[in-house]
Design a protein around this ligand. Structure first.
Ligand SMILES: NC(=O)C1=CN([C@@H]2O[C@H](COP(=O)(O)OP(=O)(O)OC[C@H]3O[C@@H](n4cnc5c(N)ncnc54)[C@H](O)[C@@H]3O)[C@@H](O)[C@H]2O)C=CC1
Ligand SMILES: O=C(O)[C@@H]1CCC=N1
Length: 271
């Protein structure tokens, strides 16, 4: 059992596909000789082959033929066409994992041959540094072992848990898209520090470390974020002055709206 003797295939080696390949190989759950990847973009394949020694091809059918588990890391807009191109190579023992935003299990199962095993996953770009939070939804034909294998793969790039599919759009809004909402926060906090005279490099490092520290406090203590905020905010002190500015600029509704709009777009992509 486990992944040691399994071959893993990646279709699409863009930002998410290549970050997953790196995470999987770093964890040593499989050897590079057991990883197959394909893309229509040769440069990305060549780079991955040179850097990691994996098997590459620009024919998705090769990836499917050679793999026990196939991760689809192509855009939602092309996923149906990509599946149509390789489905003749699918057999019932192979597991397909889709990370496409918005596209429901039922739609992908319809594209694949009936009886095909499918798991839908939403990771995020922090997989590149082993800090993704991934949600996993098993399709109708999967076994417990398939789910365990998917969890093992996505735990190599961060945390992973099984969720019900109706929660996937919300999860995409907060976690799949979420890093993009925090990068400008880090940049803007650094801008403030640069305005006040700190050099750019240090300003970015301090801002990023501050966000990391705040996130760890939420994850590693049982405290509510409001309680943690109150711990920083001395009466008549510096923090409450800054916090008042954030409230004046509608920080809470801005972030809530970002997550809600992203979730809505995820639902649209599934139609
Ligand atoms: N970028 C992100 O932060 C996240 C992306 N996702 C999902 O991951 C998937 C991939 O997204 P990205 O990596 O950002 O996109 P990307 O554009 O960086 O990568 C997509 C790759 O697919 C390749 N491709 C296109 N047509 C192909 C075909 N017919 N056969 C093989 N490869 C083909 C492209 O050449 C490209 O390398 C999307 O479905 C997206 O919704 C999920 C979570 C986070
Ligand atoms: O923006 C997108 O559609 C993808 C899915 C989640 C993150 N990036």
């Amino acid at each position: 059992m486990g992944l040691k003797n399994k071959n893993i295939g990646l279709i699409g080696t863009g930002k998410m596909g290549s970050s997953l390949i790196r995470g999987i190989l770093k964890s040593n759950i499989v050897d590079s000789s057991n990883v197959y990847a394909s893309d229509i973009y040769n440069q990305s394949l060549e780079n991955l082959q040179n850097e990691l020694g994996i098997n590459v091809s620009n024919d998705n059918k090769q990836t499917v033929m050679n793999s026990d588990i196939i991760i689809l890391a192509v855009k939602p807009q092309v996923i149906r066409k990509v599946i149509a191109g390789f489905k003749d190579e699918m057999t019932e023992d192979k597991l397909v994992i889709s990370i496409a935003a918005g596209v429901p299990i039922s739609e992908i199962e319809d594209e694949l041959n009936s009886g095909s095993k499918l798991i839908r996953v939403m990771p995020n770009i922090a997989a590149t540094v082993g800090e993704s939070s991934s949600a996993i939804c098993p399709g109708g034909n999967t076994t417990n072992e398939d789910v365990e294998n998917a969890l093992e793969i996505f735990k190599t790039v961060g945390t992973a848990r099984v969720v019900s599919e109706y929660l996937m759009d919300a999860f995409t809004g907060v976690s799949g898209s979420g890093p993009a909402y925090i990068f400008p926060v880090i940049e803007a906090m650094a801008d403030g520090a640069v305005y006040e005279g700190l050099d750019r490099k240090n300003a970015l490092t301090f801002a990023a470390q501050t966000v990391l520290g705040a996130a760890k406090l939420v994850l590693e203590t049982d405290s509510h974020p409001a309680e943690l905020k109150d711990m920083v905010t001395s009466p008549g002190g510096t923090t409450i002055r800054g916090f008042h500015e954030l409230e004046e600029h509608g920080i809470r509704s801005a972030f809530m709206d970002a997550v809600i709009e992203s979730s809505k777009r995820s639902r649209e992509l599934g139609k």
